[in-house]
Design a protein around this ligand. Structure first.
Ligand SMILES: NC(=O)c1ccc[n+]([C@@H]2O[C@H](COP(=O)([O-])OP(=O)(O)OC[C@H]3O[C@@H](n4cnc5c(N)ncnc54)[C@H](O)[C@@H]3O)[C@@H](O)[C@H]2O)c1
Length: 486
């Protein structure tokens, strides 16, 4: 029997960064493929070459299929054609280059050429959140219409990978159906939701927990499942709507876990127990586990916030109230305001204070700042008059999606971010922040406050360097007997 008497450190917050020890740019997973059996290789077009579409296109090419990636962004296609990958994703660049070199992966902006001979057309365009919370379907509809108008008598299987409302399969069916010729009366639409996590997307593609395929005709679903022959992972065949619902429920449940433990963290602080140790004890239960179960400043990214909002919206239009989802959103929003309040309470005011910020991306191991809680916290800090000095391993000042006001605040290292700061705030769970040079950081700071918004640091080590520690549901030693730390 193992005695667990120390806090465990194996997992980070909202997303689990890759734990695999293998090199991040190696294609080791290609050696682990199972034989394809009788499953044929196919000609596939992937529409949308962003975070999902590019991984799917390169992954399917890695499995041997002949793949064309199509995107409306000329700049993106130009880069991809020369093997340049703008997103940070372990193993993705070599996988793309392997496909380009082998000649079974190419990129284009030309719909007509891309559809020529395609047996499967994947839709992987973005479906962002609208103001009302619904998923924005304009890109998906536009892509479907464009495909439909170019079918010219062909009837490829259209595979929807974009996360989109329940009933989207039928919407695409209607769009395609309007253009099909009489001898192909029934469009062949398959829902194949994507479950990859940014930061470990290639690994997730080659080692999926499950592959969900939903269709009106199970034969079409199986044909799509066959594309993945060689991968381990269970295949689940459903109808269209069930498949679409599975994706939303999976993301909403992950978000629920994060908000649940953040609510519990607040309670832990008042009671005077350390939430991390509580998680350790609870997560040992096989029914519960650790993933997405760590207190912090909340979930973010381009998926969880919008998918929770979209599921709530779906509830509204069907007259079903969703109080759990409302609570999940409420807690998540409050985490960011609470982070700022804590730093303010400790410093007295934020006006005129310098805050060193570590992390801007929505989680570690990705370059993505979309819906990042760190971005929100930075905005709130600045709104109260603080100036920020930011370091993020994946964010350089010249990034096109960085708000112009932040460009001058980006520094090149944690030490530079901390220089002269009154407080240091860790806002993203980059693995390297676990090993910060604490003594050096302390020596360059003006103040001694460290806000650990991802509960990453070793509390004792931080306090040993003379920092005043603020975590989420973690009790600093000198405050352990008090009801609140700030
Ligand atoms: N990012 C994730 O981790 C993740 C995981 C699972 C599912 N999803 C879902 O996958 C979908 C895509 O997400 P993403 O993160 O890859 O988005 P993204 O913004 O990174 O990429 C979308 C791409 O689609 C292109 N595009 C838009 N309209 C187009 C059109 N009409 N024709 C051709 N290309 C077009 C854009 O130029 C862009 O390159 C979304 O529905 C998302 O919810 C995302």
């Amino acid at each position: 029997m193992q005695i667990i008497d120390k806090p465990t450190t194996g997992f980070t917050g909202v997303g689990d960064v890759p734990t695999d020890e293998r090199g991040s740019d190696e294609l080791w997973f290609l050696d682990m493929l199972e034989p394809r059996g009788a499953a044929p290789l196919a000609r596939v077009t992937v529409v949308g070459c962003g975070h999902v579409g590019l991984v799917v296109a390169a992954g399917l090419a890695g499995l041997g299929h002949d793949v064309t990636g199509l995107d409306i962004s000329e700049g993106l296609v130009k880069e991809l054609t020369t093997g340049q990958v703008r997103i940070l994703e372990p193993s993705l660049t070599p996988l793309v280059r392997r496909g380009l070199d082998a000649g079974n992966l190419r990129f284009t902006t030309d719909y007509s050429g891309a559809l020529d001979g395609a047996e499967f057309v994947f839709l992987a365009v973005d479906t962002p959140q609208t103001l009302a919370g619904a998923a924005d379907m304009r890109n998906l509809r536009a892509a479907s219409r464009q495909i439909a108008s170019l079918l010219d008598g062909r009837n490829p299987i259209i595979v929807n990978k974009s996360t989109s409302p329940i009933g989207t399969g039928e919407t695409i069916e209607a769009i395609i159906g309007a253009f099909l010729q009489e001898d192909h009366a029934a469009p062949r639409i398959v829902s194949n939701p994507e479950f990859l996590q940014q930061g470990r997307a290639v690994e997730d593609f080659f080692r999926p927990d499950r592959i969900v395929v939903g269709a009106r005709d199970p034969k079409d679903a199986r044909a799509v499942a066959d594309l993945y022959a060689g991968l381990s992972g269970d295949v689940m065949v459903t109808d269209l709507r069930t498949s679409e619902m599975i994706k939303y429920v999976a993301n909403a449940f992950l978000a629920t876990r994060v908000s649940f433990i953040n609510e519990i963290a607040r309670l832990c602080e008042q009671i005077g127990v350390n939430v991390d140790r509580v998680v350790d004890g609870v997560a040992l239960d096989e029914r519960i586990g650790r993933h997405f179960f760590r207190a912090g400043i909340g979930y973010g990214g381009s998926c969880l916030p919008k998918d929770v909002a979209a599921l709530r919206y779906i509830g509204q239009i069907h007259g079903v109230s969703t109080p759990v989802l409302s609570g999940v959103q409420e807690i998540n929003n409050a985490q960011k305001a609470e982070a700022v309040s804590r730093i303010r309470r400790r410093l007295g005011t934020l006006d005129g204070q310098v805050i060193g910020v570590l992390g801007l991306t929505f989680k570690g191991a990705t370059e993505d700042i979309r819906e990042s809680p760190a971005m929100d916290v930075v905005a709130l800090l600045r709104n109260e008059g603080a100036s920020v000095q930011i370091f993020d391993p994946a964010v350089k000042p010249d990034r096109s999606d960085l708000p112009s006001g932040l460009r001058g605040t980006i520094t090149g290292s944690a030490i530079e971010a901390a220089a002269g700061a009154d407080a240091l705030a860790i806002l993203t769970d980059w693995a390297e922040f676990r090993d910060l040079p604490l003594a050096a950081i302390r020596s360059v700071m003006r103040g001694n406050v460290v806000f650990d918004g991802r509960n990453m640091l070793d509390l004792k080590a931080v306090e040993a360097e003379g920092f005043a520690y603020l975590g989420i549901g973690r009790i600093a030693t000198k405050h352990r007997r008090r009801r609140s730390d700030a």
